[in-house]
Design a protein around this ligand. Structure first.
Ligand code: 5GP
Length: 189
């Protein structure tokens, strides 16, 4: 059975760390590499972190219906998941895991239905969320404000997911998340 784990969260809730932990500790999962049009950050690798596309190539793929889901996550910055990426992972006999924004998660869950488990990673509080975003230090003040505003908005959608995991203490959140994944993958849907 082809299955998918969809992890979403407001920016700063720690979802990327949790997704990395899951990938390190489970051999039955493989990361879905999204396509995006933002600039590559220091240390990122094309074809590993993202497929970095030009605006033109991204728009062409939209026209040719190559995306299962795409979105303008930040103004002028497009992100999306290619059908070919799902096929690539499923042909390796793995479940696909997504690290995706909240709207994208809702769309993907609608499309994949019972094949997918959607999990929202929530920060313990709004203050902690802001602190985590600031301590990253990779963003300009303007970009940080934008991310924070979006995070506040996204918190409203947690009840649209199959499950919510609160990320207060990392290892505790990981155990909770891993148990949910374990159960979902074991179930014959
Ligand atoms: P970043 O620029 O920090 O790597 O990612 C920005 C946001 O885009 C994150 O919330 C990330 O989860 C989201 N994102 C990454 N890939 C996709 C995708 O394929 N579709 C959507 N809708 N969002 C994505």
């Amino acid at each position: 059975m082809e299955k998918a784990i969809i992890i979403s969260a407001p920016s700063g809730a720690g979802k990327t760390t949790l997704v990395k932990l899951l990938l390190q500790r489970r051999r039955d999962l493989e990361f879905s590499i999204s396509a995006c049009t933002r600039a590559k950050r220091e240390g990122e690798v094309d074809g590993k972190d993202y497929y970095f596309l030009s605006d033109r190539d991204f728009q062409r793929k939209i026209r040719e219906a190559e995306f299962i889901e795409w979105e303008e996550v930040y103004q002028g910055m497009f992100y999306g998941t290619l059908f070919s990426e799902l096929e690539r992972v499923w042909s390796n006999n793995k479940a696909v895991i997504f690290d995706i924004d909240v709207q994208g998660a809702i769309h993907l869950k609608e499309k994949l239905g019972k094949k997918a488990l959607s999990i929202f990673i929530a920060p313990p509080s709004v203050e902690v969320l802001e602190e985590r975003l600031r301590s990253r230090g990779t963003e300009s003040e303007e970009s940080l404000e934008r991310r924070l505003a979006k995070s506040m908005y996204e918190m409203q959608f947690q009840n649209r997911m199959d499950a919510v995991v609160v990320n207060d203490e990392l290892e505790t959140a990981f155990i909770d998340l891993n148990q949910r994944v374990e159960k979902f993958l074991a179930d014959k849907v």
